[in-house]
Design a protein around this ligand. Structure first.
Ligand SMILES: *[C@@H]1O[C@H](CO)[C@@H](O)[C@H](O)[C@H]1NC(C)=O
Length: 422
């Protein structure tokens, strides 16, 4: 029996790591891509939309020159065209922020200006006939709800690579449908025990729409969000140690790869390599300013998780998770999007009398870099006087967070093999 594919809806705000993640999804026979729902986030929604079309255009050019590579991308030639639709163009509430400082104004490190040869020519409007995509004028919210309604129950994995706004709007529109029939959500977002990447305390996707996170993940008496037994979160804690070192990219894929000061030249290069080098060259420059000659594979880890963990099954070998209690700050002066982790019931948060060296070794294995001044003493608990009874305290439910993957080397190997064929 042929193994069944996991149907996925990819909700994305395509900047550089999203596009790399989408290339991996297109090259992964375990998945069937039903739709790309693009939203605001890394860039604005129109650039997001164009970045999907640019990716398809680059692959089309690549296969025209290298037909034998077609079999590496089974989802590019699927019999049912994935729908491309627009999701939300701003958060449920609060100010609109994007990560254009990192991803460039167009989401792909400014390739629109530096590499006009990669801009989309021709088809781009809803209703026009695209050879591989179904360009839909319907809202992404409706498209996703329709797919969940019509596909077999609990079969779909919703892969959330951007802000959770579209998913929150789907829940507002038809919570029962989503709860009854969605297979699972795999979500890249949040920072638990590590610094944020948008502010000292917040990860970008959760920062971009903390109201959506609150609605979906934090239950109160008045409201229950997503079914948390079918929600898998990949916070920065686990995604950051997965990286693509640029020296390896240069060695294995593009020997002329440098920086946007020496932009990629299409001549004599595989079209797919020219495309990826054209956005990675700017990413490399920015990462070097942060002191790292590598791209962090945040969204790529999430797609990998969806590939290896179909809905309805326990996590496959090499993947581990732990349920975490937290709430999210929506409007803090300095703390928007911060996960306020409730460690009060977490025995591992305090370890009076524990062997500090052993704990430190464990933390280092998990890539935590704690300072040496932390106290392991148990602080006295101070209860704030409450007018209401203690049971009215809103209880944050546990969210399943991935704590272990098969390893960064395994992912890098998979990515190189599937996307670039090396
Ligand atoms: C395109 O997607 C729409 C949903 O937005 C669907 O109704 C239509 O049948 C699809 N068309 C094709 C050709 O697949």
């Amino acid at each position: 029996m042929a193994p069944t594919k996991t149907p996925v809806i990819i909700d994305t705000d395509p900047g550089v790591d999203d596009i790399t993640a989408i290339l991996l999804a297109l090259a992964s026979p375990e998945l069937e891509i039903l739709a790309f729902i693009v939203s605001f986030g890394n860039t604005d929604i129109e650039s997001s939309y164009l970045n999907i079309l640019k990716t398809y255009q680059a692959l089309t050019r690549h296969f025209a020159e290298n037909p034998s590579d077609e079999e590496r991308f089974p989802n590019f030639f699927s019999s049912i065209k994935p729908i491309l639709a627009r999701g939300c163009d701003g958060p449920l509430e609060g100010d609109l922020h994007s990560a254009q400082y990192f991803h460039g104004r167009d989401g792909l490190g400014g390739i629109a200006e530096r590499h006009p040869d990669l801009n989309v020519v021709g088809i781009q409007q809803a209703g026009e006939s695209h050879p591989q995509l179904n360009l839909s004028g319907q809202s992404g919210v409706d498209v996703a709800l329709d797919l969940i309604r019509t596909r077999s129950s609990r079969s779909i994995t919703y892969v959330a690579l951007g802000p959770l706004t579209t998913l929150a709007r789907m829940m507002r529109l038809d919570a029962k449908l989503v709860r009854d029939r969605l297979g699972q959500v795999v979500c890249m977002g949040g920072a638990l025990d590590v610094p944020g990447n948008t502010s000292p305390v917040a990860e970008f996707n959760f920062f971009a729409d903390p109201y959506a996170v609150k609605e979906l993940l934090i239950s109160s008496e008045h409201h229950t969000g997503l079914p948390l037994d079918r929600f898998i979160m990949l916070p920065l804690d686990i995604t950051t140690p997965h990286e693509l070192p640029f020296p390896s990219y240069k060695a294995k894929i593009d020997p002329s790869f440098d920086s946007s000061a020496a932009p990629s030249v299409a001549d004599g290069k595989l079209p797919l390599t020219h495309f990826t080098s054209s956005f990675l060259e700017r990413t490399r420059e920015i990462m070097l300013q942060f002191g790292k000659d590598a791209m962090e594979l945040h969204d790529i880890v999430a797609v990998w998780c969806a590939i290896e963990n179909p809905p309805g099954l326990s996590l496959s070998d090499g993947w581990k998770a732990r349920s975490r209690l937290f709430d999210i700050e929506r409007a803090g002066e300095l703390t928007r999007g911060m996960l306020v982790v409730d460690r009060r019931e977490d025995e591992s948060a305090y370890s009076p009398g524990a062997n500090r060296a052993e704990i430190q070794a464990e933390l280092e294995k998990l890539a935590f870099h704690h300072g040496s001044w932390e106290s392991t003493a148990l602080p006295a608990q101070v209860e704030i006087e409450r007018a209401a009874s203690p049971t009215t305290r809103p209880v944050a439910s546990g969210v399943v967070c991935i704590t272990e993957t098969p390893g960064p080397e395994v992912l890098l190997d998979l990515l190189f093999r599937r996307v670039w064929g090396v």
